[in-house]
Design a protein. Sequence first.
Length: 148
Amino acid sequence: MKVHKELYILIGPLGSNKTMYSEAIAKLFNMESVFWAKIKQEGGTKGCLDLLRKSLSKAFSEFSYVLLDGFPTNKDEAIFLLEASKTLGYTIKCVIQLNISLEKIFHNLKNRFVCNNCGVFYEDDLSFSDKNILNCPNCGVALTRFLF
C-alpha cells in the first residue's frame, strides 16, 4: 500500500515569525518541520539542495505530512522542489503565506537574537527567562543581537 505524502510550505518575510508558526502548526497537526534557512546556512550555496533532499527524505520516512518553513529564493531551488516531489513521492499540497504588517516585522527584528553557530533566531521577549544569560539553548554559544 502506497503511503500518501504531503508537503506544506510556509512563506513570509524575514521577521514574520515563520518558525514560531511552523513549530505550532507541526505540533498541532503531527507534522515534521524542515527549516529552509537552516539548510541554506548548513549547506551553503552549492550543497543546500543535496541537504534539502536528505532532510525531506528523512522527514517523509517518519511522517506523511511535512511542513517546509521558508521557500526557495530562486528559480532553480523552486524547480528542485518540484522535481524532488516526483523522486521522493510527495505532493505539494499547499503554500501558506503569512501576512504581517511592516511595523510588526520591524518590532520583531529589533527584538531578535541569532546564534552565529547554528543559525537559530530567538525573540528577546519570548525565549529567555534570565535576560543576563543569552546563550543558545541548542549549542551554548553566546547570542548576538540580530542587525538588519
